[in-house]
Design a protein around this ligand. Structure first.
Ligand SMILES: [Zn+2]
Length: 184
């Protein structure tokens, strides 16, 4: 019986190239701290520091502070991975899209002012996008389109206006089209 040939493990390991930092960290970096307040949790503070080269700001690192220890492990993981991606100096639109499209199976939430977030991760993605727009790295509009797509994906049919626009917000089914809420 013929056996499948397995390539020696050593070769595979030898092809791996370790990721290098593109630039060493300067002693001082300008940054902005954002406060986000999900409806059912304590506030999170997100700090994004930028590296300024020839007057152009590029994000260099992110720190997320959460009092909620339930979030600790994934928040640390997210800050490390996002900081590492920042330093690659690549187009960050995909990062915003990936984070913004994460939805919480327990339901998203609405912020005052009518912005819907499908999860806490999604709101962090939105915060990063806000920063990237502020420093001129990406153009406005990516997540507005994405958010609509997402609402379309998670939404169910409204019993009042018959549109596919009902999402779970703060544990409550709410229609984004006509405002009908199951909990009122
Ligand atoms: Zn409706």
């Amino acid at each position: 019986m013929p056996t499948k040939e397995v390539p020696p493990a050593v070769e595979t390991v030898a092809t791996l190239v370790p990721l290098k930092l593109l630039q060493p960290r300067p002693k001082e970096l300008p940054g902005i701290t954002y406060k986000i307040t999900p409806t059912d949790q304590a506030s999170l503070y997100i700090t994004i520091n930028d590296h300024v080269i020839d007057g152009i700001r590029k994000p260099f690192e992110i720190f997320i502070n959460s009092k909620n220890i339930e979030n600790y492990a994934w928040v640390v993981a997210l800050t490390r991975v996002v900081s590492a991606i920042f330093r690659q100096g690549i187009d960050l639109t995909f990062l915003v899209e990936e984070l913004s499209s994460v939805f919480d199976p327990r339901g998203g939430y609405w912020l005052p002012g009518g912005k819907y977030h499908a999860s806490l991760v999604s709101e962090i993605g939105s915060c990063i996008e806000h920063h990237l727009i502020a420093i001129g790295l990406i153009k406005v509009d990516t997540t507005a389109v994405l958010r609509n797509k997402l609402i379309d994906k998670v939404a169910i049919i409204c019993r009042k206006c018959q549109q596919k626009a009902v999402v779970v917000s703060g544990g409550c089914e709410t229609c984004t089209a006509c405002g009908y809420s199951k909990c009122e």
